[in-house]
Design a protein around this ligand. Structure first.
Ligand SMILES: [Zn+2]
Ligand SMILES: [Zn+2]
Length: 290
């Protein structure tokens, strides 16, 4: 738990992690211990097809969760991985179920359905256009840049979806497997939420985008009329992303930057921002609908 630059309490949260219950290399107790020592307040343990209830493990709060993956390994056929978070009861789903059936069941159980690593899965906006009930999507997935794959960043996917009017809360998480040490305690969300918030309150805070996603830097985005401003901890690059493929003043580079502003164009329908610090660690704002 930290106070951000505006004095707001933030919980440090990783919503995607695997253990020896599926294809992770550490037990839940070992994983929780590592995240607790790294200053996290909450993690979700999301083993494949195995729903874990909420609780406390090694002194760390666990948000209930699982990951339901369908479509095998061929991206041309439609690969979907959904996190089910905070369900009141375990979803009753099977590996033969369709993506929509899984989404419906997660929502029926009161959970948040997160589209995991769309870039890694080669998901297109067209593949997800007909799906309802996606509550959030990952913009960054650490393990997708660790070990044996290199598509961690889903910014192009979320921007193309936003061009179609579908704006999701943008989560960064580790998808920890403990493959090689590079997929743990790297990416998280910093959630504006009371420390004693219920599971439901945590889900609600995610749904209303009361967080920023980060690997270290702090980032906040504000709109005032036709001006949009980013405030952040010291970084070396601040960029804006919208449905404008090009516009002035959308990227600034330098040392110890803590603010950047841009003026909106009349046709812009959404905007978001990213910041990168001198060590290459990134932060992602949520999307402002204009
Ligand atoms: Zn996955
Ligand atoms: Zn996963």
């Amino acid at each position: 738990m930290i106070k951000d630059m505006f004095g707001q309490t933030r919980l440090k949260v990783n919503l995607h992690l695997h253990t020896t219950e599926s294809d992770g290399n550490k037990t839940a107790r070992e994983a929780a211990d590592i995240y607790r020592q790294a200053g996290y307040d909450v993690i979700a343990i999301t083993d494949h097809w195995k729903y874990r209830e909420s609780g406390i493990t090694c002194g760390l709060r666990i948000l209930s969760g699982a990951e339901y993956n369908i479509g095998g390994g061929d991206g041309s056929g439609g690969v979907f991985h959904f996190l089910a978070l905070g369900c009141r009861h375990a979803p009753q789903v099977q590996k033969e179920d369709s993506a929509q059936t899984i989404l419906d069941e997660i929502n029926r159980r009161g959970g948040l359905a997160v589209l995991a690593h769309p870039a890694w899965s080669l998901n297109t906006p067209e593949q997800t256009r007909g799906l309802s009930g996606i509550g959030a999507t990952e913009i960054y997935n650490t393990v997708s840049d660790a070990g044996q794959s290199s598509r961690p960043y889903s910014g192009d996917f979320v921007d193309c979806c936003a061009c179609q009017g579908r704006i999701y809360p943008l989560i960064a998480d580790d998808d920890t497997h403990y493959y090689d040490g590079s997929d743990e305690t790297a990416s998280c969300i910093m959630l504006s939420c009371a420390p004693d918030a219920s599971d439901q309150e945590i889900l609600d805070a995610i749904r209303r985008q009361a967080f920023y996603a980060t690997q270290g830097p702090e980032i906040h985005i504000f709109r005032n009329g036709d001006q949009v401003t980013v405030r952040c901890s010291p970084v070396s690059r601040i960029s804006f992303f919208s449905n404008a493929v090009w516009a002035r003043d959308r990227c600034v580079r330098g040392e110890n930057l803590t603010q950047n502003s841009c003026r909106l164009l009349p046709f812009e329908t959404f905007i978001r921002a990213e910041a990168t610090d001198s060590r290459g660690r990134r932060a992602w704002s949520n999307i402002l609908r204009l």
